[in-house]
Design a protein around this ligand. Structure first.
Ligand SMILES: C[S@@+](CC[C@H](N)C(=O)[O-])C[C@H]1O[C@@H](n2cnc3c(N)ncnc32)[C@H](O)[C@@H]1O
Length: 239
């Protein structure tokens, strides 16, 4: 499959892209939880800056647009389709954007290795809907994802608000599935006080153009088809 991505041109991911082979191996059984952790902030020139993560970054359009507006923030995109990863990494390198890196990996696996409380914003835009019931288990958003998201997001202190998970989808059935999950994970949900999010209306990033929700490639494609979008912000709440 070529996805129509710059056919015939060599992609150069150097300086931007990392792959599974670049990561330390998982520790053996019985190792403490933190032994598996990898801190991706160390991949940037200034690891002390705020750190945002995009799951399923596709052609990298959101990262490229927003990183220019937020030059003091480090952005990591995780993408498991090799052609998209290479295309986006090459594009970021050619544009000489220093505050964006990409990882070629399954994001649902990698996020388990991200340390607690380091992510200011987690972006999930137009995740694959996997419409058939037997494929629902492949959907990125599920209870495990929300648990990891809550764990990775910063707690907020000293005037810095808690971290946020920002989600947009075009798919009505996936949105229904998401809503069912949000009910379990938002403030006021029944049950003993587990990790919770505060549900807020979605606000578009500054890089979005007039009339856009975020302005990703898939959003632009689906907007041309006249599809409607649903979006939400889930802000980490104290237990
Ligand atoms: C429908 S596309 C949306 C891409 C981009 N966010 C946009 O809005 O243009 C979904 C992307 O997520 C990637 N993806 C899906 N599941 C993933 C996972 N578990 N880990 C990393 N990437 C994933 C796909 O390869 C694809 O590029």
């Amino acid at each position: 499959m070529s996805f129509g991505l710059a056919k015939g041109r060599e992609m150069d991911v150097s300086g931007i892209g990392r792959t599974r082979e670049d990561l330390p191996p998982l520790p053996g059984p019985g190792a403490p939880n933190h032994a598996q952790w990898i801190d991706p902030r160390a991949w940037f020139d200034d690891p002390s800056r705020p750190f945002e993560l995009e799951v399923g970054s596709g052609k990298g359009t959101f990262l490229i647009q927003q990183s220019v507006i937020q030059p003091q923030t480090n952005f990591l995109g995780i993408e498991y389709a090799g052609e998209f990863f290479r295309y986006a990494a090459d594009r970021i390198r050619r544009n000489q954007i220093a505050n964006v890196k990409l990882l070629y990996h399954d994001a649902t696996e990698f996020i388990r290795r991200v340390p607690d409380g380091i992510v200011t914003v987690l972006h999930l835009y137009f995740p694959d809907p996997w419409p058939k019931a037997r494929h629902h288990k492949r959907r990125s958003l599920n209870d495990a994802f929300l648990r990891e998201a809550h764990r990775m997001l910063i707690n907020g202190s000293g005037g810095v608000p808690p971290g946020e998970l920002r989600i947009v989808t075009d798919h009505p059935d996936y949105w229904e599935w998401m809503e069912e999950h949000f009910e379990k994970w938002t403030v006021g949900a029944p049950g003993e006080g587990g990790p919770r999010f505060e549900r807020l209306p979605f606000t578009s990033p500054d890089s979005a153009k007039e009339g856009e929700v975020v302005g990703t490639n898939f959003e632009r494609k689906y907007a041309r088809e006249g599809r409607a979008f649903n979006a939400v912000v889930l802000r980490k709440a104290a237990r």
